[in-house]
Design a binder for this molecule. Structure first.
Ligand SMILES: [Zn+2]
Length: 93
């Protein structure tokens, strides 16, 4: 079964608005960076959210060989919009 594109799956997803790195409040219209992992049951699931100044654009430490993605997006009233994948780590890599 083909997995949905992470950018498409995460577009419009609800997210917190406190940066996981600097605790800054992310405001509507701000750029945000997010990290998600694919789960067989839940699909693409957000794990981390950062403000535009903090986000790590590359996947540095993999988690259990999971399918992971880092996306850039715009935070808009509690959701991510204009999502673009910037790095991806597939289990087979
Ligand atoms: Zn931050």
């Amino acid at each position: 079964m083909t997995r949905p594109s992470p950018a498409a799956a995460l577009n419009g997803v609800e997210t917190g608005h406190i940066c996981d790195c600097c605790n800054r409040r992310i405001q509507t219209g701000d750029k945000a960076v997010a990290y998600a992992t694919y789960y067989e049951r839940g699909g693409w699931t957000l794990r981390r959210i950062w403000c535009g100044g903090c986000g790590d654009r590359a996947i540095s430490n993999g988690t259990d060989g999971a399918d992971e993605v880092v996306v850039e997006a715009v935070y808009w009233q509690g959701r991510l919009v204009s999502v673009n994948a910037v790095d991806r780590s597939r289990p087979s890599d």
